[in-house]
Design a binder for this molecule. Structure first.
Ligand SMILES: NC(=O)c1ccc[n+]([C@@H]2O[C@H](COP(=O)([O-])OP(=O)(O)OC[C@H]3O[C@@H](n4cnc5c(N)ncnc54)[C@H](O)[C@@H]3O)[C@@H](O)[C@H]2O)c1
Length: 348
């Protein structure tokens, strides 16, 4: 039996608890939140025996082997480092850190404890459709991919930001649309197309003036290590709850992939086009845990972390890999802060 603790009992915590409880041989035994009623309420709902208000108490629980960190971005680095130093395996929600110094500390702690499994949540990598798409790209079915374009739009209202003090602040969240919402799909670009070498960005606060300190809208140009060029535009001021449109332009196949489903596939080989469309449709129809746009991936990713512990192997998303996606966001912020200058992306 692998016994787990969850630190932070807000919006995302139930997705972790339900994910663990769906896995054979895994039990959640300890919850923690600075607000004791939040931990107590989830403890009662999910039948979890122990609750604490101080994460150090949870980390001192000898029964806990694996910890999920589900707190605000600013607290991730301290908790992850303390968890590893306490001898716990750890999986941390995105964004792994708030600023580059957080990522440095977390990756250094992970490197100092290779005997422990450490991972960052990017559950979209575990969506069956995304995995299939990655395989198609790796198999060369698209020919050479020469361009990509990601348009991401969602709606985050003033009420959303006013609900919790950390949201929309540099000190608590570290940024806006990019570090919290778009990061999922920026990680997806790394998953599908590899690392980004450099980027040039602009950002703005267009509809949340006086509500948030950070960006609600951004646009940037990406140059991947492979030479592939791409653009990303993202806003949380849209008349859409959560919408992604990824256009992949290959020399053999072009795909428009909206909300992780194929909406248009084109190419000279009709058989291949139909095969790609049918397979992506089928794989995008799996059951969802949590809000629909969280996708099906949390349970699968937590399952991978548990299997990594059991088999003494690395998880599919290592802490350094998750740090690379946060570093991509931080490079966008650096470029935007310097008027759109080209900035190299740090790699851990
Ligand atoms: N993967 C996803 O799809 C997804 C979705 C939503 C949120 N998230 C991420 O999950 C994390 C939490 O987001 P949320 O929306 O659940 O936030 P939230 O504000 O709803 O919950 C965070 C909880 O952590 C608690 N907390 C803060 N510092 C703490 C500490 N030092 N010790 C113990 N408890 C502490 C707070 O009291 C709060 O209850 C963020 O990193 C966010 O980006 C990921």
């Amino acid at each position: 039996m692998i016994k787990c603790g969850v630190i932070g009992c807000g919006v995302i915590a139930p997705t972790h608890i339900e994910g663990y409880q769906a896995l054979p041989g895994v039990e959640v035994v300890h919850l923690c939140d600075l607000i004791p009623e939040r931990a107590a309420a989830l403890g009662e709902k999910y039948g979890i025996p122990r609750c604490s208000a101080d994460y150090r108490e949870l980390l001192a629980d000898p029964e806990v082997q694996l910890v999920s960190v589900c707190t605000d971005h600013a607290s991730h680095a301290d908790i992850v480092v303390a968890a590893l130093e306490a001898g716990k395996h750890v999986v941390c929600e995105k964004s792994l850190g708030r600023i580059p110094a957080d990522l440095d500390r977390m990756v250094a702690a992970a490197n100092a404890h290779p005997e422990l499994v450490s991972s960052g949540i990017f559950q979209h990598r575990f969506q069956p459709a995304n995995r299939h798409l990655r395989q198609l790209l790796m198999d060369g079915k698209f020919g050479r991919v020469v361009l990509l374009n990601l348009v991401f739009s969602c709606l985050r209202t003033a009420e959303y930001y006013q609900k919790d003090a950390w949201r929309g602040t540099f000190a608590g969240e570290g940024g806006g649309i990019l570090i919290n919402q778009a990061i999922h799909h920026l990680d997806q670009l790394r998953f599908l197309f590899g690392d980004v070498r450099r980027l040039a960005a602009r950002s703005a606060n267009l509809t949340h003036q006086g509500v948030i300190e950070v960006e609600d809208t951004a646009a940037f140009l990406l140059e991947f290590e492979s030479g592939l060029l791409g653009t990303v535009t993202a806003t949380n001021s849209a008349a859409a709850e959560w919408r992604t449109l990824l256009s992949i332009i290959g020399t053999d196949v072009c795909l428009e992939y909206a909300n992780e489903q194929p909406v248009h596939v084109e190419g000279a080989d009709n058989t291949l086009v139909h095969e790609i469309e049918a397979a992506l449709m089928e794989k995008s129809a799996e059951k969802v845990v949590g809000k629909h746009y969280y996708g099906v991936g949390h349970t699968a990713q937590l399952g991978d972390v548990v299997e990594a512990i059991r088999n003494h192997r690395k998880p599919e998303v290592t802490l350094a890999d998750a740090a690379d996606s946060s570093a991509l966001v931080m490079a966008v912020y650096e470029s935007a802060a310097h008027g759109g200058e080209w900035v190299s992306v740090r790699k851990y």
